[in-house]
Ligand binder design. Structure first.
Ligand code: ATP
Length: 365
């Protein structure tokens, strides 16, 4: 396997604060991995350790198979793009692109060839003569990326590069960035607290909390098979519903009962009967106007309009659950009937938040 980055038991503290608590991570050539977690979980510290701006207290960082702990940032062959794009406003786009290569003393002919190549790939030819200060945000981001990519880094680190942009532009740039990454087969480590960014662009996601990586998995597995309650709740919009449930297990068949639904078979497994948390994505409740087998009646408390879909907030015992429906399906105050697709729900331990592994039929998401 062509491994571009490996972190082994990496640690960093600031005084009493353990920002990074011995993490392991590996990134293969051409992969796009997002380090996803809430503010303060240690994402930027991890990135600074990889880039060489900070020294770890313990552990190893390998780039392209070589330990780089003692290698200076400039020599690590890592490209960086931060939230504030480092595009020189007085220089032309062309000069911005050559800047890094000049600093590396790359001969002129080679420099020109590299600039022409990256301009072509990132569609910058029409703006090569424009000054940095004249660019719009979308162009600015492409130039910031191109400035780094032109140096052909082994690894590209992106630290919340879109957080200053409005939602529409972010959506456009997500697609552009992913396309560029795929075309160049560039290995990317992307740091974000935005689960939509992580889900939409990554091959893999490592979810971080309090200096630890809770789950490092394919993007699909992170969404469909969360290993921890925290991961399940951090990923998905509208957020996953968490309802308390009682579990019984007879002859290896695990069933749950919630405030409304009774004896839903979940799968096969060994589990102590008792109280657990059942996590149900809003798409995995099914609402109908008429009662049917497996449905339970309840009242709609609130309807949120998201254009293409509506989210009903429906009474569920003492809680409300979110249920996705087509626009115009029902109104506030009306009663509807809810079925719960238990085979797609997840069971978590109340105390530890760990998932309870069950054998089950693989269901469509
Ligand atoms: P954000 O997205 O808000 O930057 P983050 O996930 O990147 O969050 P870090 O910036 O890596 O998190 O911070 C992790 C922890 O380490 C936090 O508790 C933070 O306060 C602390 N920390 C980070 N840098 C320093 C520093 N230079 N000195 C002291 N504490 C620090």
């Amino acid at each position: 396997m062509d491994r571009k980055l490996e972190l082994r038991a990496l640690r960093k503290s600031f005084g009493d604060v353990e920002a990074v608590k011995g993490i392991d991570l590996a990134l293969n050539r051409g992969e796009f991995l997002s380090l996803l977690g809430p503010s303060g979980c240690g994402k930027s510290t991890t990135l600074s350790l990889i880039a060489g701006f900070l020294q770890p207290d313990a552990g190893e960082i390998l780039v392209d198979g070589k330990v780089v702990n003692r290698v200076s940032p400039r020599k690590r062959r890592i490209g960086l793009v931060f939230q504030d794009y480092a595009v020189f406003s007085k220089l032309s786009v062309r000069a911005n692109l050559s800047f890094g290569l000049e600093a590396q003393r790359v001969p002129r002919l080679e420099r020109d060839r590299a600039v022409a190549e990256i301009s072509e790939k990132l569609n910058l030819n029409p703006i090569l003569a424009a000054r940095g200060g004249e660019l719009n945000m979308s162009e600015m981001q492409r130039v910031a990326l191109a400035r780094v990519l032109v140096t052909k880094p082994e690894l590209l680190l992106l630290d919340e590069p879109m957080s200053n942009l409005d939602a529409a532009l972010r959506a456009k740039l997500r697609g552009e960035l992913k396309q560029i990454q795929k075309e160049l087969e560039q290995t990317v480590l992307y740091v974000t607290h935005d689960q939509v960014e992580a889900l939409s662009m990554s091959d893999r996601i490592a979810v971080m909390r309090d200096g630890e990586i809770l789950q490092d998995d394919s993007t699909e597995a992170i969404y469909r098979r969360p290993a921890e309650r925290f991961v399940a709740e951090f990923i998905g919009d509208p957020p996953i519903n968490m309802v308390t449930c009682t579990v019984t297990a007879e002859g290896g068949v695990v069933s749950v009962s919630t405030a409304l639904h009774r004896n839903l078979p979940l799968g096969q497994g060994e589990i102590a009967p008792g109280q657990y948390l059942l996590a149900v994505r809003p798409h995995h409740f099914q609402a109908s106007r008429e009662a049917a087998a497996g449905t339970v009646g309840s009242e709609i408390r609130l309807v949120e309009n998201f254009g293409a879909e509506h989210v009903l907030h429906v009474s569920y015992g003492d809680d409300l659950v979110a249920v996705v429906v087509a626009p115009g399906f029902a109104r506030e105050g009306e009663r509807i009937h809810l079925a719960l697709h238990a085979e797609q729900a997840h069971l978590f331990d109340l105390e530890s938040g760990q998932v309870i592994a069950l054998q089950r039929r693989e269901a469509a998401a």
